[in-house]
Unconditional design. Sequence first.
Length: 274
Amino acid sequence: MKHWRAIAIALVCAALAAVAFRLFEHTAHLQPALVTPNMDAQQALSPSLAGHVKRLLREQELYGSRAGRPKLIALTFDDGPYPVFTPLLLDALDKLKIPATFFLIGHDAQHWPELTARIEQSGDEIGNHTQTHPDLDLLPDARVRSEIVDGRTSLDGLVKDPAIDRFFRPPHGRYTVAVVKIAQSLGYTTVLWNDDPGDWRTSISTPQELDRHIRRFATAPDIVLLHSGKMATIEMLPSLAAAFRAAGYRFVTLGTLMRAVPFDDVNHPAKHPV
């Protein structure tokens, strides 16, 4: 009898462990698209097991039905500006009447001030991508703060876009809870993404692959991570714009998106393949 009881207990423990693992696996990859200054960064980015449970329950209770999420898409472009690719990208966006958000590197913006000014003059938005584009997760807190502050100072000296003081994106998408807390202390919303189609993988990214990926993983609303220095990204824009507009989407800047949609809806969007 004791033998069968031990087996039963072992089976129950194994089942609970499997459920816990699947719960952790399900929630661990739920990176938020936005971490605002008032959010609990620890809970948003690296919750405990209890936090994972709470997070999953909140997903089901508050966001089980996501019908009616607005079809807004914000294209965000990291890095640069670059003397060849950025003008080509701006020309394409202007022709397609797509407003976008550019996360610029402070040092590069200082090197090409006329391109930085052109981004602003085109009606596009500029966010802070640090001063020198380091891996922030490898730096001490003081260096992280300096990179963010120096990036802001460089950009503020060139253009007057208020988004420079509001939106920050960590280079390479590498961050820690400490990095995000420092950004919060400086008044920043840390902007990640709903979709990364991988245009930084130059060897395997074609315009067709990028277009197919973004359409397949589209959400409503949608923040898409792209990069300024990629020809394939520029070439896929016409087909992307046509497909999303045909599906009822509107292209907006990040600032417009955040004014129109609660940040919880951005972090918990509806899946909506195009």
